[in-house]
Design a protein around this ligand. Structure first.
Ligand code: KG4
Ligand code: ZN
Length: 357
C-alpha cells in the first residue's frame, strides 16, 4: 500500500455527473458535481436518456475540474474508483467507460464501487482544505449500524468491518425517497420531492392527521407504498372525493393549508418509521457507532428525530455529501483497495444496474 494514496472517484449512476479526489479515505481534496436535474423537472422525474446524454457532455470537464480543485494532475492519482451499479444503465455506462479509458491510458488501477455501500462512506471523511464543508470529527468505528435512505434504497445494515456486513432489512416496495417524490407529485410540488415536501411541511401541522405505520414480516424491513397511498386517500377525502378520483387532479383542488398539513404529517410519519426501526436495531445490536447515509439523510426532520431519540452524538454527513457525489466513491474505493481483489482489469469492467448490497 502506498502512503498518502490519492483516489479519483467517478460517479454517474443517476442524474449527477460527479468526480472527486480523496486522500487516504479521510481527506476531501475536491468534490465536483454537475447535476442535470433542471432538465428533468418538467417531466416530474429523471428521464434516463436525458441523464445519459448530459453525463456524456459533462464528464470530462467534471473530471478535469476535480483534478484541478484538488491541485493534482494525473501523476498524483494512485487509483480510480468508479460506481458500476446500481443505477440507470445508460448513466452508469458513461462513468464506467470513462473510468476504464482513463485507467488504461493513464495506467491506473481501477476499483469498482457499489453506489449504495458508498453512501455510507461519506461519513468517513474527516478533513478537507475546501471551504464550507462540515465533516465528521471522528472516523466511524466498527461494529457500525448504517441507515441508508435514498431515492432507490431504504435499508438498515450492520457492519462488522469494511466489506463485512449483513443487511438487516430493506424496503419491500417503494424506497423512502421515492415515496417523498410520489407524494410531492400528488401535492403538485416540484421534483425532487424530498426538499420541496420538507419546505412545505414547515408551514403545516404534523399531527393534524394520523397516517398509518405499516407492519412488515421482517421487523427491520420497510414498506412505503402503503404510506404513500394513505397520503393520497387522505388528500382525496379532504376534497370530498373517493379513491377513484385521479391522483393528478387532486393538487388543483387542495388548499395551501391542506397541502401543508398533508406534507407535514407525511414528513413526520415517514421519518418516524425510519427512526423506530433504527432504534430497535440499535438496542438489539449495540453498535459502536450509527451512520446515516443517502439523499434522505439531508432531511432536517430525520436529524431532529434521530438526535432526540438516539442521541446528539450521531453524526450526519455534510448536506453536499448526502446526495449523490463522487467523494463517497473515492472514499469507499480506498478501503476496498486495502483488501485483496479490489482491482479489476479495465478492459472487462461491466455496469450492473441491479447490483444490491
Ligand atoms: O441518494 P440520492 O441523491 O439519490 C439516490 O441514490 O437515489 O437520493 C435522492 C432522494 C430523492 O428521492 C429525494 O427526494 C430525497 O433523496 N431527498 C430528501 C431530502 N432531500 C433529498 N428526502 C427527504 N427530505 C429531504 N430533505
Ligand atoms: Zn445515491
Amino acid at each position: 500500500m502506498l502512503e498518502q494514496m490519492k483516489i479519483l472517484g467517478i460517479e454517474s449512476s443517476c442524474d449527477e455527473t460527479a468526480a472527486a479526489v480523496v486522500e487516504d479515505g479521510t481527506k476531501l481534496l475536491s468534490n465536483v458535481v454537475a447535476s442535470s436535474i433542471n432538465q428533468h423537472i418538467e417531466y416530474g422525474g429523471v428521464v434516463p436518456e436525458i441523464a445519459a446524454r448530459s453525463h456524456i457532455e459533462e464528464i470530462n470537464q467534471v473530471v478535469n475540474a476535480a483534478l484541478s480543485e484538488a491541485k493534482c494532475d494525473w501523476e498524483n492519482i494512485d487509483a480510480i474508483g468508479v460506481t458500476y451499479g446500481p443505477g440507470l444503465e445508460g448513466s452508469l455506462l458513461v462513468g464506467v467507460l470513462t473510468a476504464r479509458t482513463y485507467a488504461l491510458i493513464k495506467n491506473k488501477p481501477l476499483i469498482p464501487v457499489n453506489h449504495v455501500e458508498a453512501h455510507i462512506y461519506a461519513s468517513f471523511l474527516t478533513s478537507t482544505n475546501l471551504d464550507n464543508y462540515i465533516l465528521s470529527k471522528q472516523t466511524p468505528e466498527f461494529p457500525l449500524l448504517a441507515l441508508v435512505v435514498s431515492g432507490g434504497h431504504t435499508q438498515i445494515v450492520y457492519f462488522k468491518d469494511h466489506s463485512d456486513y449483513k443487511v438487516l432489512g430493506a424496503t419491500t416496495d417503494d424506497a423512502v425517497g421515492e415515496a417523498y417524490d410520489k407524494v410531492a407529485k400528488i401535492l403538485g410540488l416540484p421534483y425532487p420531492g424530498g426538499p420541496s415536501m420538507e419546505k412545505l411541511a414547515q408551514k403545516g401541522e404534523s399531527f393534524s392527521y394520523k397516517l398509518p405505520k405499516p407492519k412488515t414480516q421482517n421487523k427491520y424491513d420497510f414498506s412505503y407504498s402503503g404510506l404513500k397511498t394513505a397520503a393520497l386517500r387522505l388528500a382525496q377525502k379532504e376534497i370530498g372525493e373517493d379513491y377513484n378520483y385521479p391522483s393528478y387532479k387532486v393538487a388543483g383542488r387542495l388548499s395551501e393549508a391542506q397541502k401543508a398539513n398533508i406534507a407535514a404529517c407525511f414528513n413526520h410519519t415517514a421519518i418516524e418509521i425510519l427512526v423506530d426501526k433504527l432504534e430497535q436495531a440499535r438496542n438489539e445490536y449495540n453498535p459502536k457507532c450509527i451512520v446515516v447515509a443517502g439523499g434522505v439523510s439531508a432531511s432536517r426532520e430525520l436529524r431532529r428525530q434521530i438526535h432526540k431519540r438516539l442521541g446528539e452524538d450521531i453524526a450526519f454527513p455534510d448536506i453536499k455529501l448526502c446526495t449523490d457525489n463522487a467523494a463517497m466513491i473515492a472514499t469507499n474505493a480506498f478501503y476496498l483497495a486495502k483488501k485483496n481483489n479490489a482491482f479489476v482489469n479495465p478492459r472487462v469492467l461491466e455496469t450492473n444496474p441491479n447490483l444490491s448490497m
